[in-house]
Design a protein around this ligand. Structure first.
Ligand code: NZQ
Ligand code: ZN
Length: 380
């Protein structure tokens, strides 16, 4: 196990009716800016609950943070926050609203254009931020990451700043999620765990078993959620699994991959494909192309998560990747580029971008432009 230094400061406030706690979670003297997406919170009572919990408080609202939050929109929020001199941010929505609000919280403490912060990759001077999560998927409610897009240039990059001081997770607010968002959220959570787990075996028994526990939970609940999307206990398990999947708890002292995500971000930037739906296409290709490097872990994952024990190592690995792909298909998501009408032009553009940027992703730092091409060719 590698050395590590771990601290996660986010207070999790979990369960039915917990949005009412907002009044005590945000200090009385704060001038609050509340940020929202496109309006789903108006239809499921979340907006009313937030307003009721903060009645009489000094606050301003910013609406319209879109899926894959863009710098173009976030600049407007930063300008409003500066004008109103807010000193606390409350993000109410999915990963996009939370991610966007992380950049706002940094941008409010920065004189220049906030896109400079995105290109820098991190900025630690921020305003405090709380969240009310409405979509289990990204883990943004309990991590310090954000992913910000620039429409003008079709770019999308990760950015690191502050952890939320608190996040309220009420599984009841997920009952209005459309089936495709649930599917993409399950897929995103699954792939987050895989990015931190599917490297090489023998690094940490405890990290491995936590990760396998999260993966097995997703495999168990996914078909049940499809049948009963308004079942509280199922959605509670989903919500907590998503949070635990990307809050650092399964990453202590182990290597991580993240190549699938970095390729996926390009597919979103170039085609607008939903984040989770990019990952179900790229991950099987990544596993196929890097099967030798990941051999020991693929065998362990196949045995412990999918119960695959028979046949030669090669047969077991092939079956394991097929099972993973079949799981994604069972969610109703594509696993091939051609299903989304994506072809050679995009592969060439991603190869070119990776080469120009000189990136080398993955636990072995070998996913460069040429390797990204190989992976994408395996996803056709
Ligand atoms: O905008 P509104 O009207 O609120 O509607 C949203 C949006 O259209 C809707 N929605 C959310 N909660 C709902 C709901 N509809 C009905 N009922 C509810 N309870 O769902 C749509 C998608 O929302 P979005 O926030 O975009 O989804 P998600 O949470 O999957 O976030 C995706 C973004 O997070 C980034 C992705 O790249 C993408 O930009 N990620 C962030 C990460 C992080 N911060 O650590 C890690 C991830 O790997 C990911 O990259
Ligand atoms: Zn993700």
């Amino acid at each position: 196990m590698d050395n590590f230094n771990f601290q996660n400061p986010t207070r999790l406030v979990f369960g039915k009716g917990m949005i009412a706690e907002l009044g005590t979670l945000i200090p009385e003297d704060k001038r609050i800016m509340i940020t929202f997406g496109g309006g789903s919170v108006r239809n499921n009572g979340v907006y009313d609950q937030v307003k009721a919990a903060l009645a009489g408080r000094d606050m301003v609202e910013f609406w319209g943070i879109e899926p894959n939050p863009s710098i173009e929109t976030l600049r407007k929020a930063i300008a409003l926050g500066k004008e109103k001199q807010v000193d606390f941010l409350l993000a109410v929505g999915g990963g996009s609203v939370i991610d966007g609000t992380k950049l706002i919280s940094a941008g409010l403490c920065y004189e220049g254009d906030a896109w400079e912060l995105v290109l820098r990759g991190s900025y630690q001077t921020t305003l405090p931020l709380g969240t009310v999560l409405t979509l289990p998927a990204t883990g943004s409610e309990m991590n310090s990451g954000a992913v910000i897009s620039r429409h003008e240039t079709q770019e999308k990059y990760p950015f690191y700043s502050n952890y939320p001081v608190f996040s309220i997770l009420d599984p009841e607010v997920t009952f209005t999620l459309p089936p495709r968002q649930i599917a993409c959220g399950l897929a995103d959570t699954f792939v987050h765990v895989m990015e931190q787990y599917m490297t090489t075996a023998g690094q940490s028994r405890v990290m491995d078993r936590w990760a396998e526990g999260l993966l097995s939970t997703l495999i168990e609940i996914a078909p049940l959620i499809r049948q009963h999307p308004k079942n509280y206990d199922l959605m509670a398990d989903f919500m907590l699994t998503a949070t635990m999947g990307l809050n650092g708890f399964v990453a202590m002292g182990v290597s991580q991959d993240w190549a699938t995500h970095m390729i996926g971000h390009e597919l979103t930037a170039l085609h607008g494909l939903t984040h989770g739906a990019t990952l179900t296409i790229v991950l099987p290709g990544t596993l196929r192309v890097l099967r030798d490097q990941k051999r020991s872990k693929l065998l362990q994952y196949g045995e412990r998560v999918w119960g695959i024990t028979g046949g030669t190592d090669e047969e077991r690995i092939e079956q394991t990747i097929e099972k993973t792909e079949a799981f994604f298909r069972s969610l109703g998501l594509s696993t091939r580029l051609s299903e989304e009408g994506i072809g050679e032009e995009t592969i060439a553009e991603i190869e070119r971008r990776f080469n120009t940027r000189g990136v080398k992703f993955g636990e072995a730092h070998n996913v460069d432009g040429a390797m990204a091409r190989k992976i994408l060719e395996a996803c056709k």
